[in-house]
Write a protein that binds this ligand. Sequence first.
Ligand code: FAD
Ligand code: MEZ
Length: 570
Amino acid sequence: PEVLADFHGEMGSCDSCHVSDKGGVSDDNLSHENAQCVSCHGDLKELAAAAPKDKVSPHKSHLIGEIACTSCHKGHEKSVAYCDACHSFGFDMPYGGKWERKFVPVDADKAAQDKAIAAGVKETTDVVIIGSGGAGLAAAVSARDAGAKVILLEKEPVPGGNTKLAAGGMNAAETKAQTKLGIEDKKQIMIDDTMKGGRNINDPELVKVLANNSSDSIDWLTSMGADMTDVGRMGGASVNRSHRPTGGAGVGAHVAQVLWDNAVKRGTDIRLNSRVVRILEDAKGNVTGVLVKGEYTGYYIIKADAVVIAAGGFAKNNDRVAKYDPKLKGFKATNHPGATGDGLDVALQAGAATRDLEFIQAHPTYSPAGGVMITEAVRGNGAIVVNREGNRFMNEITTRDKASAAILQQKGESAYLVFDDSIRKSLKAIEGYVHLNIVKEGKTVEELAKQIDVPATELAQTITAYNGFVKSGKDAQFERPNLPRELAVAPFYALEIAPAVHHTMGGVVIDTKAEVKSEKTGKPIQGLYAAGEVTGGVHGANRLGGNAVSDIVTYGRIAGAEAAKFAKDH
Ligand code: FAD
Ligand code: MEZ
């Protein structure tokens, strides 16, 4: 047999997987087909429990929601390991093919799209949300709480977008967690840090809303079951304000899971494998709904009073990235495979204004060996960065634009992140990197130096000098503002890091109610809202670490509530 369906076909008829009297698949989520897989093979948790302990298990997933078996195990075509889209595990999949994706523009297939539009409305709802990342899920929860009927559409087979990958934290000022830890912060300081980090080209009104609602957004998440009690430092922040789960576990998978659970609990109609290819408008330019391409069901129209674009950024689309910033041509990206910029395309088609598209951020610490971003929280908790000569060359927690530029100036255009066992113990996220086998370890600094091929004497001198700065409370070399701990507890660790495209700061122009502005009139397009990485203005020219999760929760909430209100008054 060539594919899974052939093999299953040999054992029984088509209705061992499909609903026999329906013809074709059950829906775009393949709900029935996936239930059939689980009924014979067990669910993800059961399969993960049965996996060998000494290997990276594809079933031990950090993805949110209930991951559909068919995301990887295709029936009528070769199976693929979806995680290969980011990592390079090289799993030997039964009936396996190579994971790859060709970018298809949203306006491809125009004739079929026009035909579907001519066929008319298939379904009606109050609010359509495009994207199942944090902004989309937050919008779904708040729109449902405001009484709207909501359909949320996600083009990927797995939900959560970039949000599920977020690691270091969510920025918020004047929170209960900060008070408990004795951290003195002010919303105004968060505003000042954000404007400074964004080189003062941010929309100040959007920044005020971000900071002034940040503590409330933490409380909102907490009220729905989130744990945001650990607080660390991110680059460009004056104080510790990056909130994450206890022990420093990754923030994004947790927040996305809490929002997912709450969106599901509130009865949101969530459809995966469902790509929005056009926002529909009437002759006056008011939004009337969306044209969707269901992976299996084809094109159809949903009529809606309001649409929220929460489709994320475009960092994974290197052609588009290089068009706006040619220096980034050929760079790897930290993002999930769906971050291609479709949201921007449908918004542009609908006449939205855009801003700041040329500002694209590289994250300084991506591991080329693992295909993963190493969270800034490792540096925030005390790690240093050294070059191939074993020397520090920057303030490790400066803003990302400066840190990335400094690393690219070093020999080999990469560097080493160096930390000790006390830092490892302070941050659960590090266990993930150890699990991926990308962290080098030495019982002594000298042994570590050998492992990463840097001169042992220089590395030892660098660490001794750094520990001296920690003791005196002043980094006399690079003025690093936080010096949380000496690097003194063996074993010592290092991993190679280099910058990779991480965040697209620009996007659709919104106001403080998350209404999308028209390019032509400068006024809001009636019924169109946007939130999260698809928008521009909140982060200016350079986003501060931790501000994106804050952005998506606060503006996702606002967009959902405003869209529901608009639908009600419509
Ligand atoms: P996403 O979460 O990307 O969701 C958008 C969704 O829309 C995607 O699932 C996408 O597939 C879908 N979509 C796109 N187009 C369509 C379409 N046409 N039809 C249907 N669906 C569509 N920020 C922080 O503040 N703190 C952190 O610690 C942090 N860590 C990060 C770590 C990594 C590895 C990465 C990549 C980013 C990190 N960020 C962090 C940034 C932050 O995670 C993102 O900016 C943020 O989560 C974006 O949320 P979003 O909801 O706007 O978009
Ligand atoms: O905001 C981010 O992108 C972030 C904090 C990433 C990280 O290093 O964890």
